[in-house]
Design a protein around this ligand. Structure first.
Ligand code: F0G
Length: 453
């Protein structure tokens, strides 16, 4: 529980859950335990009355909170609490000081990506090393508010690491379901260390999600996957913090990897809401990048762009998604209707990249002294493709979101640099920017000879 927190939300605005489907828009109490609309099955989102404060007042208040020693203000999520006002009281908040992630520029990455400049918003600087912490502090707060004892998620690794940490910090029991043999050890290790009951299921992410949704209802466990609207609220603050750090100057493009598409949904909602509140004056374009072997959203977008007017396009799932970027190895992303709406609203694009492109882009980000996990590197690989195609001009103002920390998947790194990384189809990837360690004898002369060459 939060110590020294502000006990009551003096600015409480009525909040509701609303069906995302345009035709339905059914409304429910913010405390109803729902993941889909009971009327039409659509996705749900949190909706609020606009805050009392003007955009200028909000900006000033949020900036001043950076000087505060209050846990709530130190959180890069709760600092922006007027933007996510779903709680009546903040006593149920657990913060590990999530958010607060830096903007890092890399000249080498810019050059590789065909841009004059590129800035990375590095979500790997979060307490458990990924952007999931932004959402999880909100999901855990809602779980506490509802008084549930157990929380669960299915995950490709980062959600489970994050949920394990926040649930344990809150005194809830975390139960995680992961695809056996398909998540990196860094992430699995975190879940174990943070005390989650960890079930490795012999199925892929999409199959396990269907299973867990049944179990959640049957066993009365609160589900904290990104279908949970409160996770999305927390992830919105990645965009708020980004704009705050840029003194509210809107970039031309925001590039992010796409898996289950929760982040795409959150970013789009945040941008629309920030524009409606007068915090920003225009929308940046969203560019979502998927791995080639796991790209149902890319395929949907291709069909959508060719569709005859008025025809509804639906996502066709990929039954056996494949990619070494296991974080985004998802064939049936649940949030696709929201993500499609957000990408099209911003005039954005969806691109796909190969395993080799991801691996090389990742090495370039690493060489810049920044580093990230494989899924995150899809951003730079995508930028390189989009600049080559003329979609993103070289002088565009581009922010790429690196979603996970470099140490999440050390095995991948070692294999790439030593020329031993095999794609899911068995083909060996080229170690184009490899940096192989050398074995040397315990002999000063021999080592000096090596280093003089
Ligand atoms: N990057 C990383 C590092 C991730 O862990 C994920 C998703 C994504 C990108 C894709 O984000 O799903 O919002 O489109 N990981 C989830 C998990 C699915 O279980 O950790 P998305």
């Amino acid at each position: 529980m939060l110590s020294g927190a502000i006990p009551y939300n003096e600015n409480f605005m009525p909040a509701e859950l609303v069906c995302f489907e345009e035709k339905c828009r059914a409304r429910f109490a913010i405390t109803d335990i729902l993941y889909n609309c009971p009327k039409c099955g659509g996705l749900l989102e949190a909706a609020y009355e606009p805050p009392e404060q003007s955009a200028l007042m909000l900006k000033r208040m949020w900036r001043e909170r950076r000087m505060s020693n209050t846990p709530l203000d130190q959180s890069g999520v709760w600092r922006y609490r007027e933007f996510i006002p779903f709680l009546e009281s903040y006593t149920c908040v657990v913060t590990l000081r999530e958010g607060n992630t830096p903007l890092l520029e890399s000249r080498e990455a810019a050059q590789y990506g065909g841009l004059d400049r590129v800035v990375f918003k590095h979500q790997g600087f979060n307490p458990t090393g990924s952007f999931k912490d932004n959402g999880m502090t909100c999901g855990a707060a809602q779980a506490m508010r509802l008084g549930v004892g157990r929380v669960a998620c299915v995950s490709t690794g980062n959600t489970s690491a994050s949920m394990a940490a926040y649930a344990s910090a809150a005194g809830l029991q975390p139960i995680i379901f992961i695809p056996h043999g398909n998540i990196s050890y860094g992430k699995l290790a975190q879940a174990l260390e943070y005390g989650a009951r960890t079930l490795q299921v012999e199925a892929n992410f999409d199959q396990i999600l269907a299973l867990v949704r049944q179990l959640a209802d049957r066993l009365g466990i609160y589900l904290l996957n990104s279908i949970n609207p409160f996770r999305i609220e927390g992830q919105k603050t990645i965009m708020t913090e980004l704009m705050d750090q840029r003194d509210w100057r809107v970039p031309d493009w925001i590039v992010l990897p796409g898996g289950n598409l929760g982040n795409t949904s959150a970013f789009g909602k945040a941008l629309r809401e920030m524009q409606a509140l007068g915090l920003i004056d225009r929308l940046p374009k969203l560019a979502v990048i998927q791995a080639e072997g796991s790209a149902p959203f890319y395929e949907l977008m291709q069909r959508y762009q060719k569709q005859s007017r008025g025809k509804q396009e639906c996502l066709k799932s990929v039954p056996h998604p494949e990619t070494l970027a296991t974080a985004i190895k998802i064939g049936d992303p649940v949030s696709w209707p929201k993500a499609l709406h957000e990408v099209t609203t911003t005039g954005g694009v969806v691109e796909k990249v190969t395993e080799q492109e991801i691996a090389d882009a990742k090495a370039i980000i690493g060489r810049s002294g920044i580093g990230c996990e494989p899924a995150s590197a899809a951003t730079l690989a995508g930028i390189r493709k989009l600049t080559a195609a003329g979609t993103i001009p070289a002088d565009a103002d581009v922010v790429a979101v690196l979603t996970g920390h470099v140490l999440k998947d050390p095995d991948y790194i070692y294999r790439y640099h030593t020329g031993e990384l095999d794609a899911p189809d068995g083909k060996r990837l080229k170690s184009n920017f490899g940096n192989k360690p050398m074995v040397v004898p315990n002999d000063a002369d021999a080592i000096a000879r090596v280093l003089e060459n």
